[in-house]
Design a protein. Structure first.
Length: 271
């Protein structure tokens, strides 16, 4: 009788240990959504470093810019890594979400590409400029064209939120259009050979383009469009997400970014 009781107690003890272990593992697992290039690649590099700290990182890859924010808001993932600050702000405005930035990680300088136009000086009058339909990038592209002396925007406007209607001077009569999803821009670049196409760097890299070499216009490395880790207000102080940001700011990850992307992705130093 005593032997049977001892075996039963051991069994209960083992089950309790397993239950506790499962609970700890769940608590120390974070699920982060990311677009494939470069975000998921950078997270893959961070995964073993986090494991050494007892944190399991699960990476959910996306090809769409909208879904990662939807899934964070819905609680399907803990955080995401795919967007810059103006995009997050626009998403919150459009959806009523209250997502927050918990860490600035890197900059992806925006480039303007063309198959047949080889330099800024070769741009002809009436050339078509194809931006994506992502409103958060319109001011970014228009400001880049203004910085390069190709257009002038109206005085007194918030240039981060500039629209095509805010152009006040356009000597080359450039035809700006914004009708295509961001991920389709590399295909437009291949088809519309005489146009100028604004391509987000993550999609440019994925399509085999070298932003520093293949673009005819590119933002400076001090672009304010910093890519971030975003989560809900409820999770902003989560210790595992804070550790993720710390790892992404580490010298090991910053060295990896500099070496892997050759200036197309520029790491931001942590505080």
């Amino acid at each position: 009788m005593k032997k049977k009781l001892s075996i039963a107690l051991i069994g209960i003890f083992v089950l309790l240990l397993a239950a506790c272990g499962g609970k700890d593992e769940k608590e120390d697992t974070i699920k982060v959504g990311a677009t494939s290039t470069p975000h998921a690649e950078i997270l893959e590099k961070a995964k073993p470093i986090l494991e050494d700290e007892g944190i399991k990182l699960e990476i959910e890859e996306y090809q769409d810019y909208n879904l990662p924010n939807d899934d964070v808001a819905n609680g399907d993932i803990d955080a995401n890594f795919h967007q810059h600050i103006p995009y997050l702000e626009q998403t919150n405005k459009d959806t009523g979400y209250d997502l927050v930035n918990i860490g600035e990680i890197h900059i992806e300088p925006m480039g303007i590409y063309s198959k047949n136009i080889k330099s800024k000086d070769d741009i002809k009058k009436g050339t078509e400029v194809i931006m994506s339909r992502s409103v958060a990038d319109h001011g970014r592209v228009l400001t880049l064209f203004e910085d390069k002396g190709l257009i002038k925007l109206k005085d007194g406007i918030d240039k981060d939120n500039a629209e095509i209607k805010d152009i006040k001077e356009n000597k080359l009569d450039l035809k700006f259009k914004a009708e295509v999803d961001p991920g389709l821009q590399p295909e437009i670049y291949e088809k519309e050979k005489d146009a100028l196409v604004a391509i987000n760097t993550n999609y440019a890299i994925k399509a085999g383009l070298e932003p520093k070499e293949d673009s005819i216009i590119i933002e400076d490395d001090d672009s304010p469009y910093v890519n971030i880790i975003a989560t809900t207000k409820e999770n902003k102080d989560d210790k595992n997400l804070k550790e993720l940001v710390k790892v992404l700011h580490s010298k090991e990850i910053q060295d990896f970014i500099n070496k892997e992307y050759n200036g197309a992705v520029v790491p931001v130093k942590g505080e």
